[in-house]
Design a protein around this ligand. Structure first.
Ligand code: NOJ
Length: 740
């Protein structure tokens, strides 16, 4: 539809219709096309439902088509609804959780996964996904780190932009088959709740927000992201959903976002408990003034805006502005011509969980595993020579999908046992559960109670596991966090494994010291106890439907692990928040406790994490040598080339993620000790060497100076090229003033 027609549609709409556009109803309000249960309780009338603009989380093309068809017929202007849902790491084909995907350091891979997710979701009739989440994270207590791309702004930005491209297609033509409009979230700073407690206050300086947190959102906006979601938290004591400065001056004017802004779930009504609105009227006015177009899952806009316009408490032009943005999105999706878009049962049958999608899920899972320890080449296992006991609550567990996989089916998941026995039927592999996932009798709070199964005899399970471990050459312990322990509303003050699993670990180590551990979890954990005793640790995250197959191939060496941590693993929760790109302090710790007490350190733990950002091993070794800068002076209009020679010194082929970090030695404000500025994956055969080069430009040296101008400052810079954020060869160069 041409813009002119949209404008005339808008001017023809009644106020009822317009406020209806701003209302988003959850799908459980629809029973066929009737208003039922909660809608009635919320006081939503059939007339109001008739003009509702969008709907959240409908499952299946057929149901969606029925709802849409009835809706268009009823609507005075036959305006179709938008159907939105949380497609976070896949629709029916569930991929590894986003945190795991970021450990691939492979944005193109994440783009492919997003594109598959979009094709499946679009076939199911959906139009918008509430993804990507570009919230920077530094605190593993926060359960939603599993939805993030970790602690680095550069990597987070690359992943967020790649996901937008995957969902929306390279040319951002949302009407194309298989395209889904992406909704970037949660604007802004949701990943920094105090104490790691979800929905809690966020305290970020303007500088930290601007320099560390906003860039990843910016990358997604630059990639053309069609929607943005407000965050639940406050910034500068103002809830985002009512923050006019944040939404209008920063998001729209500075970051140039011109799409639809949607609140998070009930965030408009939550302005009342936040204590900045006395009632719903005030909440509605604050959010609308801030520029929030859609009120997700609450009738606050719907019930209040009309009256307020009539009483002249709100300018109707604000409503028009919001409606126009929503109509524009519907138009971009082609809904006025085809309100069902790609929704088709036939395509659902063809696409959902098809072989090619499963293949991609396996590939992504393989590349997301991070090998944290591998003493004496414990892994890969040798299936010809060794018997292996696979023990633990994840040895045969279907819950591999992460807590945001509403459209997946746990039964689709390939467990570790299934993966091993199907891929390697000849291998001497034995399985036992050993203990439950959570401590017996513990509730997974806020979810369902997960007591041990009725016929689960704890002592018996332990005894069986011990017997198996005694007889086997090697043991693989499959341990981790119940998947509902991470995700929304899943913050934890302790980030260790449940004591029943640690007890199992120690008991098994006593009878067979040849123990390797696979971890299934949604956040970095405190695994010091495991790291001291296990011979190998493979971080598998929540790997999705193909988890078991991917693990089997990696464990038996048909694929090599190549993932790198996108978030540091602390030694203990007391170190949190911990991130590699922290600021320099005036009293850095030298590493020698005898020199002086008065420097920045803990008395009871090192400053460094157990495993740093960027870290990960594989089945071969790499050596770095001959770091070389082609000049030690960088002229702003030019650039310099930094390169290093990387050699595979081991006996197997392998892939190395070579990382470039920079450090501004002296600037007008304190700078991070290191910042990731580039990386490159190289695959080398045993004995093979390659020179890996990075171009360093003046642009990479820019930051917000003392006056908050985004500039570079002449002076000395350090370059590190290496395998992770805590090591690497170092070079130095000087940025000189521009000649012009
Ligand atoms: C609340 C979550 O914060 C958000 O990420 C999600 O998209 C919405 N609920 C919709 O389910």
């Amino acid at each position: 539809m041409e813009q002119q027609k949209l404008m005339s549609l808008l001017s023809d709409m009644s106020l009822d219709e317009k406020t209806g556009e701003l209302f988003q109803i959850p799908s459980y309000f629809f029973n066929n096309d009737m208003v039922t249960g909660p809608a009635v309780e919320m006081g939503i009338t059939p007339e109001e439902l008739r003009v509702c603009g969008s709907c959240l989380s409908v499952i299946g093309a057929r149901k969606l088509r029925d709802i849409q068809k009835a809706h268009i017929q009823r609507h005075p202007h036959h305006i179709p609804m938008l159907f939105m849902a949380d497609i976070i790491n896949g629709y029916r084909t569930v991929f590894p959780i986003p945190l795991a995907q970021s450990c691939t350091f492979d944005p193109a891979l994440a783009e492919k996964c997003a594109s598959i997710a979009a094709s499946e979701a679009a076939a199911a009739g959906l139009h918008v996904t509430f993804s990507p989440m570009a919230d920077l994270v530094r605190d593993a207590r926060w359960g939603r780190v599993m939805e993030s791309a970790g602690e680095d702004p550069y990597l987070s930005g690359l992943m967020a932009a790649a996901m937008v491209r995957g969902y929306q297609g390279e040319d951002n033509d949302l009407s194309k088959k298989g395209a889904l409009a992406a909704c970037l979230k949660h604007f802004a700073g949701y990943g920094a709740p105090e104490g790691g407690r979800d929905y809690n206050t966020v305290e970020l300086s303007e500088r930290t927000l601007t320099e560390d947190y906003l860039p990843a959102y910016q990358k997604a906006i630059d990639a053309g992201c069609a929607l943005v979601m407000t965050s639940f938290n406050t910034l500068n004591r103002i809830p985002s959903t009512a923050n006019r400065h944040l939404m209008r001056e920063i998001l729209r004017d500075k970051m140039l976002f011109d799409g639809v802004l949607i609140s998070d779930w009930c965030a408009v009504s939550e302005l009342i408990p936040h204590g900045i609105a006395a009632d719903e009227k005030e909440a509605a006015a604050l959010a609308l003034n801030a520029g929030v177009d859609i009120d997700m899952a609450s009738p606050v806009y719907l019930k209040n805006l009309k009256g307020m316009v009539k009483q002249k408490l709100i300018d109707e032009r604000l409503i028009d502005e919001a409606v126009l943005r929503i109509l524009t999105l519907k138009n971009r999706l082609g809904l006025f011509e085809n309100p069902y878009k790609d929704g088709s049962e036939e395509d659902e049958n063809k696409l959902l969980l098809c072989t090619a999608h499963r293949q991609q899920a396996r590939d992504c899972a393989e590349k997301s595993f991070v090998l944290l320890k591998n003493e004496d080449g414990f892994l890969p296992l040798n299936r010809e020579k060794e018997s292996v006991a696979f023990i633990g609550p994840f040895a045969d567990n279907l819950l591999l999908s992460g807590s945001w996989s509403f459209f997946g089916d746990d039964k689709d998941c390939v467990t570790l046992k299934e993966g091993v026995t199907r891929s390697y039927p000849e291998a001497a592999a034995f399985f036992a559960q050993g203990c439950p996932t959570v401590n017996p009798g513990t509730e997974v709070l806020g979810f369902q109670k997960v007591p041990p199964k009725e016929d689960f005899d704890l002592q018996d399970a332990l005894d069986t596991a011990i017997q198996l471990a005694r007889k086997a050459d090697r043991v693989i312990l499959a341990l981790g966090e119940h998947r509902d322990y991470s995700g929304e509303g899943a913050s934890r003050t302790h980030i260790t494994l449940p004591s029943c699993q640690l007890e199992l670990f120690h008991k098994i180590c006593e009878v067979n010291p040849n123990v390797g551990v696979i971890l299934f979890n949604g956040r970095p954990l405190d695994i010091c106890e495991i790291a001291q005793r296990a011979k190998a640790i493979l971080e598998a995250w929540l790997p999705g439907v193909e988890g078991g197959n991917a693990l089997a191939r990696v464990l038996y060496g048909d694929a090599s692990p190549s993932g790198r941590l996108s978030m540091s693993f602390p030694r203990c929760v007391g170190q949190v928040p911990i991130y590699y790109n922290h600021m320099s302090t005036g009293r850095p710790f030298s590493g020698d406790y005898r020199t002086t007490r008065y420097n920045s350190k803990y008395l009871d733990a090192p400053n460094e994490p157990l495993y740093p950002f960027g870290y990960g091993l594989t089945y071969t070794d790499f050596a770095y040598s001959k770091l070389c800068l082609d000049s030690d002076v960088l002229h702003p209009d030019d650039g310099i080339c930094a390169s290093v020679e990387v050699t595979n010194t081991g006996t197997r082929p392998g892939t190395e993620t070579v990382q470039l970090y920079l450090h501004d030695v002296s600037a007008s404000v304190t700078r991070p000790v290191r910042e990731l500025k580039g990386f490159c994956k190289v695959s080398l055969k045993p004995g093979e060497s390659r020179r890996v080069s990075f171009r360093i430009t003046e642009e990479m040296l820019r930051f917000y100076d003392i006056h908050m101008n985004y500039v570079s400052e002449p002076g000395q810079f350090e370059v590190f090229i290496g395998p992770d954020s805590a090591s690497g060869s170092k070079g130095v160069f000087t940025l000189v003033q521009s000649d012009t």
